[in-house]
Each structure stands twice: as C-alpha cells, then as structure tokens.
Design a protein around this ligand. Structure first.
Ligand code: GUN
Ligand code: ZN
Length: 482
C-alpha cells in the first residue's frame, strides 16, 4: 500500500537538550522556526526544517497536502506523566488531605468503574479533556477492576494515542469491595499485559497504587511480573504526604524510608516512575538518580491536597540528576491542562527559594539549588515535551520534531482567553507573528502563567488533527451592539 505523505507549515518550537544542563544558555537547547515545514509520512515525522529549504526538497508534494497554520505556535504534544482516569468526575472535592480524600471521595467513585458503561463514558471524557488541553500522551492509573483498564486501552486505541497504563493494585487500607488479592492482581495484570502491551501505541505499566495500599504479597507479585515482562513500565506513588509516609513505614517493617519499600522488591530502575516525591530525602533522591528512575512532579495536586512543595532544585542537581516528568495527577490535581501544571510548578519553585520572612531557605544547600527551582519557559516546556519523554523512556518515539518520531503536536494560540489579547497587544509582533526565539519564549511564559486550555487551538495525533477548539460564542454585548 502506498504511503500517505502530508505536511504542516507554521511557526514551530521544540527542544533538543535539557535546559537544566545549560546554565546561562538555556535558549541553546530550544529550536524555533518562524516559518517551518513538518513533513509526515503515515503518522511519523519524515523531515523538518525551515520552509524555504524544505519547499525545494519537497517540491513534488502537492499544495493540497500542506496544511498552513499561520499566527500560531506549534509544539510537540504535551506529556502528562501521572493522571487518574477514573477520577475524571470528581475533580475539586473539598476539605481533605490525601488519606481522607481517598476514603471520602476517590475510592467510592473508582468502585463504580467495575461497571463497563460507567467506565467507558468516564474514560471518553478523560481523553476528550486531554486533547482539549494539548496533551497527546499520558501515563495513567486505572482502578483495581480490569474493566477500567480495558476501557482505558480500548479508548486510547480508538484515538490512536501513545499511552502507558495498567491495572492499579491495592490490597490494604481501602474499602473491602475495592481491594484486590495479590493472586488476582498477578493473574489479571498478566492477561492485560499479553492483550495490550505494544498493541498499537499502548504500553503497559505494572501499577501498585502506593506502598501504603500494598502488602508484601502484592509488591512481590509486581516483582514477579517485572521479571517475567522486563519491557513493561512500573508506575506508582511515592512520598506524597506525611501521614501516608508514617503509614508506609509502620506497615513495611525494616524499611528505613519510602523508597526502600520499592527497592526491596527490585522495582526501582529505568522504567520506574513515582508520582510526587514531595518528602524524599537527599539520600532517596541520590538513589533514584543512580537507578535511572523518574519522579513525576504534580504541583497542582500537591497544592490542592496540601501535600507540600516538591524540591525541583534538588532533583535537578547535576551531581545526581533525577529524571523528572510533570503530571496533573487528575483528580488530586484540579486541572487537566499542563499549562496550569507549569503555572503552579513555577510558584512552587518561587516558594522553595525563600523562607516566608524573605531570607534564603536554609534547607537549600547552595544558591545554585535556589536557581534550579526557577522554572523558565525553556525548562517548563522542555519538561512537558522532551523531558517528559526522557523520564518515561519514550524519547525514541516522542518529545520533539526529529525525524522518525511520532507526529503528535499541539497548536497554541497566545491571543486566546481573557488575558491573551492584552498580552498580544503588549508584544510588538510584526505582520507575520513571532519572529524570534526570545519572543516565542516570552509568549510561552505568558501562556503558562496566564493561560489555560483556551490557548490550545488544535491537537494532532500521529499526523491527524484530533481536536479543534470551537469558535467562541458571540458575547451578549457584541450581539447587542449589532
Ligand atoms: N496515592 C494513592 N492513590 C492516590 C491517588 O489516587 N491520588 C493521589 N494523589 N495519591 C494517591
Ligand atoms: Zn496520583
């Protein structure tokens, strides 16, 4: 069968390296093309470069196969490395920190996902929200019911999205009707791995929900699964909340800290990621770095649930660099948009650098750590594109516009939303829109601190447009003026 080739023309920005490694020259890690062309063949990037050059190289490509998107900024699709599908209907629940919130709101809702119709509709809403937020890949938790996991992979497949997910095991500290046994978890996980892992764009994560909800038998089942299916990911939570951590140490005797529970079962390695890590010690950070494992920073959730301030400057210490992806943690996080995640991440970084009285936080080892807390637009957008892909070991497939990667991208409109227009007018843009990397970075910082999903105009999956923002309704005042 002959291949389908198409191209997208517009202003593009992506990253080729880690801005935390490039002190003082962060901009060198980004590429900006004011007028670029992305050539896509069967969903895979074939070529990318300045339009002028590319037009010569691709002169045989018919004009009708080129989609021109002027006045927008095109980035690789956003990666949400930690989200809970079955919490889609319960964002924004009042009044509890983690353990009370799980008990009062989350477990009662997730139990309902054993019903296939309920799960299917919720999962559809979850993916609709991802696409409307410019998120093209997620690593997701489901529930302890295989039905919810099947619906997750089936819906992702219908949309042809690159996802990581898995049956979410819990056999302690939850309602009886919600808990699984280690044997059932092993059996169901194995069936789901055999059915879904590497089918289309689906990838499987062996998923013990958290150490507080896992017996040694359940973690032992995870160890056996990882040893039998070493190619699978491992996704869990770590060190999110002080009460949770006390519970973990009490229920896993002999473990000196949270990480050592997962280490005991040989789970901490290249494809391991733990959500949150708010209360990790310096020693735990160093062990995670040495193992090549990742932490997922979820600032919207950490603030909503009052969990604490993640030490991004410590995690990014060049002497023992931890891989860090960013996540919404929906519904602990009360927003789907990774732009909102960046906004809160920026504020967490600012808080971490100073004490409330204005002095330098004495917990910071040095001023360099304070500087690493500062989330520039380069660090921010690298983290939700190439950085997220690297943390999840997906950098061969996703993260930037290099040839052979999958053509998932987001089309951003910096003029959208109530604040977008004021911003737009304060920029001295020429007729053709953005003309320099500095200008693009300025616009990105404004979108992450002032914007939200309204700035997402289009989302493309494997070279096909999967979402287009609806035109705004005319406002009542505009109608009256007519
Ligand atoms: N730890 C265990 N389960 C959960 C969950 O659903 N959300 C968050 N934020 N933390 C958890
Ligand atoms: Zn979570």
């Amino acid at each position: 069968m002959s291949k389908t080739t198409l191209a997208v023309r517009g202003a593009f920005l992506d990253f080729t390296d880690d801005p935390w490694k490039a002190a003082g020259r962060q901009q060198d890690t980004a590429r900006f093309l004011a007028d670029g062309l992305l050539v896509i063949e069967d969903g895979i990037i074939k070529d990318f470069g300045p339009y002028e050059q590319m037009a010569q190289r691709w002169h045989s490509l018919p004009e009708r196969q080129i989609t021109h998107i002027p006045g927008r900024l095109i980035l690789p699709g956003f990666i949400d490395a930690h989200a809970h599908v079955p919490q889609t209907r319960v964002l924004g629940k009042f009044g509890n920190q983690l353990l009370g919130w799980l008990e009062n709101y989350i477990f009662p809702e997730e139990i309902k996902y054993a019903d296939r119709n309920y799960a299917r509709l919720g999962t559809r809403h979850f993916f609709d929200n991802l696409l409307a937020s410019g998120t093209t890949t997620c690593q997701a938790f489901t529930t302890s019911s295989p039905v919810a996991t099947e619906e997750f992979f089936e819906e992702a497949s219908r949309r042809n999205m690159r996802v990581i997910g898995g049956l979410t095991g819990i056999d302690r500290n939850a309602p009886v009707a919600f808990m699984d046994s280690a044997e059932n978890f092993y059996r169901d996980s194995e069936r789901l791995i055999q059915t879904y892992h590497n089918r289309g764009r689906n990838l499987y994560a062996i998923t013990p929900r958290f150490a507080y909800g896992a017996s040694s038998e359940l973690l032992g089942a995870c160890e056996q699964l990882k040893s039998k299916y070493p190619d699978c990911w491992i996704n869990t939570h770590i060190s999110e909340n002080p009460s949770e951590i006390h519970g973990v140490l009490a229920s896993h005797p002999g473990c000196s800290d949270y990480l050592s529970v997962y280490e005991r079962y040989n789970l901490v390695g290249q494809k391991f990621s733990g959500g949150h890590g708010v209360w990790l010690s310096n020693d735990e950070f160093a062990r995670i770095a040495a193992a090549g494992a990742a932490i997922v920073f979820c600032p919207v959730s950490n603030l909503f649930l009052g969990s604490g301030l993640f030490r991004l400057g410590r995690a990014t210490d060049p002497a023992c660099r931890v891989k860090v992806a960013f996540g919404t943690d929906v519904g602990g996080g009360n927003r789907f948009s990774m732009l909102n995640v960046l906004d809160e991440a920026y504020k967490v970084g600012m808080c971490n650098s100073t004490m409330l009285d204005g002095s330098v936080n004495p917990a910071l080892q040095d001023l360099a750590e304070a500087e690493r807390n500062k989330l520039s637009p380069y660090r921010a957008f690298w983290s939700i594109t190439l950085g997220g892909a690297e943390a999840l070991c997906l950098e061969d497939k996703l993260g930037n516009f290099l040839p052979d990667k999958e053509a998932d991208f987001v089309v951003l409109d910096w003029t959208a939303g109530p604040l977008g227009m004021s911003w737009h007018q304060s920029l001295t843009l020429g007729e053709d829109g953005l003309s320099s990397l500095e200008q693009a970075a300025q616009v990105l910082f404004s979108m992450m601190t002032l914007g939200d999903d309204r700035n997402v105009d289009e989302t493309w999956i494997a070279g096909k447009r999967a979402y287009k923002k609806a035109a705004p309704e005319p406002s009542l005042s505009a109608v009256r003026q007519k």
